[in-house]
Each structure stands twice: as structure tokens, then as C-alpha cells.
Design a protein around this ligand. Structure first.
Ligand SMILES: Cc1ncc(COP(=O)(O)O)c(C=O)c1O
Length: 469
């Protein structure tokens, strides 16, 4: 992260946390330059960025001020309810019918699970694929099929190392996206009929995995910013024979919540106490807005209980279907299960990503991507404050590209979904994120696409549709 980005992040944090109030003057260029020991041009660069993100405005001859809109950001939702009793899961029908209608490229993609393809270096990746394949030794096209491309595993291991974790390439298995990693993880540590703990709300595909594997779930409440309720989890672990947990400790989908480092450590303490494995879905690991990359629960894993699942789908190469799993004590079984099912992701896709990680400027791309997502988030939040009623609640995650909206109770998000789709706008309605089809008055909206006048009009139209309930 460049100096001006770091400084902009500090100011943005002060605004987000309310220390700098709407309408208040931000430090003058001279003050900031002296106080933070940075040059005036660095301060200017940071302020231009914050202006672009919609957080501050320049007033001629007076300086920069926190935007009034910041005040009009909607309130945050409260802790979710969860479901302390066990539940069978039947979400697939609903999820398939909703997701099937999100494919149309002409709709405004607020329901999409992926950021805009425009934000990815697809041409550069294509060059990496050609070069990587030209340089690939003939043997590797066969040997790399087992645990995965050697260079790719080395590069992933290196990135773990930079984040302070020692996970040698031999412990990593490359998978067909994180989805396969999650499936294999669950298959490895559960039997049909077992009980697992999940977040409420949870990513719909994880619910489909549980449904397919005939697992039952205890839904644990989640705070929209601070993540899972550890007291409730401790209660459930004490009360029920939970065989595994499936959690996202960072940028949880759909809420965007992230656990603090202390909470991640405490969560690991509980897992150790009950000897329950955690399947940690960390597909949004690279999409943080802050200055410092957050560490996963895997960071504290001294007993190999965490099955850490990552992916390039959301941050670099959607459609390449390349993810990985660091399986801890389950690594060997996971690797065997993979050999018995899909054998391997496509070697050319792995080779392309390996070459790109080494030579393509991955960190530069990620910095640009994070800035784009942060600016799009600010624009969607500002639009929501303009067009949705003041009793709507919205999350404001510190990364990623999802916002979770809690509308007034009378709103039926499944009906809203149909009405919006008929007008060319997709949304992801709340019930697809719940094992018990709750969250009927909620929806997840994606801000993963560049903000345009069409996005603005779509938010205004959603606002009008919401008044019909
Ligand atoms: C939370 C979460 N986990 C896993 C996945 C699947 O990732 P992949 O595309 O790498 O299989 C997604 C994709 O939507 C996701 O949102």
C-alpha cells in the first residue's frame, strides 16, 4: 500500500467510526503533512482519493470536509437471531430458482456473486497462460495433476509466509475453486446425519453442501460487524454433539462481518477444547480495505484442526476454477478424496495463475481492486441512504463487495426479487442465506461493479418498489 493510500485509510477509518463527524473539517493539508510527517502532495493525493470515494468534499478556499451523506448512511443491523435448535436443510430449490435468473448479462447485477470482470487482469492472465504452458516440462502436465502445480503451491505458500504462517507447499492441495475445498473438507470430517455449526445468515452454497451431504445444522447468531457470537457457539458446543464448524472469520458472506484477532484466537480456543474441526472459508481474504491484511483463524492452528479454504475466483481469475485447501491434520484424507472424485483442476489454469503470481504484478492489481471496491461501496451506501427509507438498515463491511440490507419487517424480499427482476435488476433475497428460510425482509446487494448512472437509477427504482410493501 502506498503512503497516500495508508493515510487515506486512516482518515476513512476516522469517518467510518464517527470520530470525524459529517460536515466536520478534516485536517488541513499543512496540519496533516506536519502531524503525519508526509509531504503536502501525499496529503492531496489521499484527499483526492477520499473525494472519489464520496467520503469528503472540497469547499473552495475553506479546505476539505466530511460529506454530509456520510451522516445519512443507514444504521447498522443488529445481531442476527440464529437458531439454537438443530435443523434439517432444504434450501436448494429456492437457491437454484433465484440463482438461475441471475445469469442475464443485461440485468443490473446487484444479485451477482462476482465482481465485474472489468476489474480483473484477464488479458495479462491469458499471456501468463501462453507463457506458462510453453515453459511447462512435458512431465509436469501429468505429475501436476495430483496435489496441484508445484509452482502454484510454492506461490501460495509464499503468500501464507508473508502473512506470518508456515504452510509448506506439501501441505497444500489445489482444488476446483474453494467450493471443492469446502466440499472435501466437510466430507472428510462428517458422516450423513451429523450436526454442524454454521453462521446465520450463511453463504447459500454452503447450505447446499450440507443438504447434499445430509448434515443437520445449528445456526449461530452473527453480529454484522464483529462476527459470530462466541458465547452462543460455546453454549451449542456444550449442548450438542457438533462434529464440525463452517465459518468465515473475515468478510463473512453475506454480512461482511470480520472477527477481531482476539476473537479468532478465542474461537480457536473453543475448537481445541471440544476438538471440533473448523472449515474456514476465506475466499475474500485479499479484499480487505484496511492497511493491514487480517490473519485467519488458521494462523492460530497449532493442532491442525483448521481446514483453510482459499480461492482466486473473487480476487483474480473467476472462471479459472482454481482454489486451494490447507487441510492441517486432514490434508492427506482430503488429498485422497480429491483423487477419488475430480482428480485435479485443469493444469493450464493453474500454470497461468502460477506465472501471473510470479511475474504479473498481483499485489499491484489487488491494490487497485480494493480501491475500486471501496469507492463502489461508498457510492452504493450513499445511494441507499438517498433512496431507501430511513428505517432500512445496512452493513458497511471493511472489505469485499457485498452489502446486507435489513428492510422494514413488512417487506418480502422474495417478492421484491421478482418485482426487481421484471424491471431488469437482480438482488439476492435473504431466505437463500438461511437453513430455515429466515431473513425474509433482508437482501444482499453487490457493489462489485463500477458505479454508473444505471446503478444509481436501479437503486432509485428499488427504493420505489420498496414503498409498495
Ligand atoms: C463465501 C464463499 N465461499 C466459497 C465460494 C466459492 O468459491 P469458488 O468460486 O472459488 O469455488 C464463494 C463464491 O461465491 C463464496 O462467496
Amino acid at each position: 500500500m502506498k503512503r497516500y493510500e495508508r493515510f487515506a485509510e486512516e482518515i476513512s477509518e476516522l469517518i467510518r467510526s464517527g470520530v470525524l463527524a459529517p460536515g466536520e473539517r478534516v485536517p488541513s493539508v499543512r496540519q496533516a503533512s506536519r502531524h503525519y510527517a508526509i509531504s503536502p502532495s501525499t496529503v492531496f493525493q489521499a484527499y483526492y482519493l477520499l473525494e472519489k470515494q464520496g467520503l469528503i468534499v472540497a469547499r473552495p478556499r475553506s479546505g476539505y470536509f466530511v460529506r454530509e451523506q456520510a451522516q445519512r448512511f443507514l444504521n447498522e443491523p443488529e445481531m442476527t437471531q440464529g437458531h439454537p435448535e438443530t435443523a434439517d436443510i432444504a434450501v436448494s430449490e429456492l437457491a437454484f430458482s433465484v440463482l438461475g435468473s441471475l445469469q442475464d448479462v443485461d440485468t443490473v447485477p446487484f444479485g451477482s456473486a462476482f465482481p465485474s470482470p472489468e476489474l480483473f487482469p484477464l488479458q495479462r492472465l491469458a499471456r501468463s497462460m501462453t507463457k506458462g504452458l510453453r515453459e511447462l516440462s512435458p512431465n509436469a502436465i501429468i505429475t501436476d495433476m495430483t496435489a496441484g502445480d508445484t509452482d502454484l503451491r510454492r506461490q501460495i505458500s509464499l503468500r501464507y509466509r508473508l502473512a506470518g504462517m508456515h504452510l509448506p507447499p506439501q501441505e497444500l492441495v489445489v482444488t476446483n475453486g474453494a467450493m471443492e475445498a469446502l466440499n472435501l473438507g466437510f466430507q472428510c470430517v462428517t458422516q450423513p446425519g451429523d450436526l454442524v455449526a454454521i453462521e446465520s445468515p450463511a453463504f447459500y452454497a454452503s447450505l447446499q453442501v450440507l443438504e447434499r451431504l445430509k448434515l443437520r445444522a445449528v445456526e449461530i447468531p452473527v453480529h454484522p460487524r464483529e462476527g459470530i457470537d462466541l458465547d452462543k457457539l460455546a453454549d451449542s458446543l456444550a449442548k450438542h454433539p457438533i462434529k464440525a464448524c463452517w465459518f468465515m472469520s473475515h468478510l463473512q458472506n453475506p454480512l461482511g462481518a470480520s472477527l477481531s484477532e482476539a476473537k479468532k484466537q478465542a474461537l480457536y480456543g473453543l475448537l481445541k477444547q471440544y476438538q471440533v474441526p473448523l472449515i474456514e472459508d476465506d475466499v475474500y481474504a485479499e479484499l480487505y480495505f484496511g492497511a493491514k491484511p487480517p490473519v485467519p483463524v488458521k494462523h492460530f492452528d497449532d493442532e491442525g484442526l483448521v481446514i483453510h479454504c482459499g480461492s482466486f475466483s473473487k480476487c483474480l481469475a473467476p472462471g479459472y476454477r482454481v482454489g486451494w485447501v490447507a487441510g492441517g491434520r486432514y490434508a492427506e484424507s482430503i488429498s485422497r478424496l480429491k483423487l477419488m472424485t475430480t482428480i485435479s483442476p485443469s493444469v493450464p489454469a493453474q500454470v497461468a495463475i502460477a506465472d501471473y503470481l510470479q511475474h504479473g504484478g498481483y499485489d499491484r492489481h489487488l491494490r487497485k481492486l480494493r480501491l475500486a471496491l471501496e469507492s463502489q461501496q461508498a457510492q452504493m451506501l450513499a445511494a441507499a441512504a438517498r433512496y431507501f427509507s430511513a428505517d432500512t438498515r445496512a452493513t458497511r463491511p471493511a472489505g469485499g463487495y457485498f452489502l446486507w440490507f435489513e428492510f422494514p419487517r413488512q417487506v418480502d424480499s422474495l417478492r421484491l426479487f421478482q418485482m426487481a427482476l421484471a424491471q431488469g435488476i437482480s438482488i439476492a433475497p435473504g431466505p437463500i442465506f438461511s437453513a430455515t428460510q429466515g431473513y425474509r425482509h433482508c437482501a444482499r446487494l453487490s457493489c462489485g461493479h463500477p458505479w454508473t448512472s444505471r446503478s444509481e437509477e436501479a437503486m432509485a427504482l428499488l427504493g420505489r418498489l420498496l414503498t409498495s410493501f
